[in-house]
Design a protein around this ligand. Structure first.
Ligand code: FPP
Length: 240
């Protein structure tokens, strides 16, 4: 890919929303209290996107590894997702947000799956901001599921082995209709990508910031987007 200096805002920002548990513990409250506070932040950040020129926002809500948490926390998060979708659907629709979900839905309860399908359908014609919520998502799991479908297409003659390359494989990923992220942000001071958008973030810029997710305001987001504009992206090349 050709080298190019950054011009303009990041078109696609992906966020690993970390630190809800610590935020709650610091206040002597249960971890779910932090997740509820974190969920409230999502609206503020989605609403900031059009002004900042961010067209795609992808957020990591629940990973394939998060099932290892206590049963109380997992059930609480699933209930939070159900309530969040039911409560926010109308506002998201009216604000012109198109919502998509990525991740393996099969393990999610049927009620949650139905709410996810309904919200995708309700907002399918919107285009002001594209919000993608990753639930039961893992980058390796996504690549494995994609490879399985790709192998099926090779086996039944829809695709030849010679056609398998960097352009065809991403068509099988959950993110097939999204551009690659330009900027990946992780809150809470951890400098890890934790299996998030592994294929898609190969050339992304990263920001690891100390702020805990429930404290991640529009101002913090705005500052990171502005800082992105001062970077140079080289995509493995050199700047001319
Ligand atoms: C990580 O914090 C956060 C999660 C595993 C859940 C993310 C969920 C939300 C922000 C709320 C719901 C989102 C939507 C879209 C409704 P952590 O629990 O790992 O925090 P810790 O590292 O301090 O323990």
């Amino acid at each position: 890919m050709a080298a190019k200096p950054i011009s303009g805002p990041p078109r696609h920002v992906a966020i690993i929303m970390d630190g809800n548990g610590r935020w709650a513990t610091m206040r002597g409250r249960p971890r779910l209290f932090g997740h509820h506070a974190g969920a409230k932040r999502v609206r503020e950040i989605v609403e900031a996107c059009p002004d900042l020129g961010v067209k795609y926002l992808t957020i990591f809500a629940f990973s394939t590894e998060n099932w290892k948490r206590t049963q109380v926390e997992v059930a609480g998060l699933m209930s939070l997702f159900r309530r969040y979708i039911a409560k926010e659907a109308r506002a998201l629709f009216e604000e012109g947000v198109r919502v998509r979900f990525i991740g393996d839905r099969v393990r999610l309860d049927k009620k949650l799956q139905a709410l996810m399908d309904e919200l995708e359908t309700l907002t399918a014609k919107n285009d002001r901001v594209n919000l993608t919520i990753a639930i039961n998502y893992g980058g390796r799991d996504e690549v494995a599921r994609a490879t399985k479908r790709l192998a099926e297409d090779v086996a039944n003659g829809k695709l030849s082995p010679e056609e398998v390359n960097e352009e065809t494989l991403p068509k099988y990923l959950d993110t097939c209709v999204l551009p690659d992220p330009d900027l990946v942000i992780r809150t809470s001071g951890e400098a890890r990508i934790s299996n998030f958008l592994l294929w898609q973030s190969a050339y992304a810029e990263y920001e690891f910031i100390d702020t805990l997710w429930p404290d991640f305001t529009r101002d913090v987001f705005t500052a990171l987007v502005a800082r992105y504009g001062n970077r140079e992206r080289r995509f493995g090349g050199v700047l001319g």
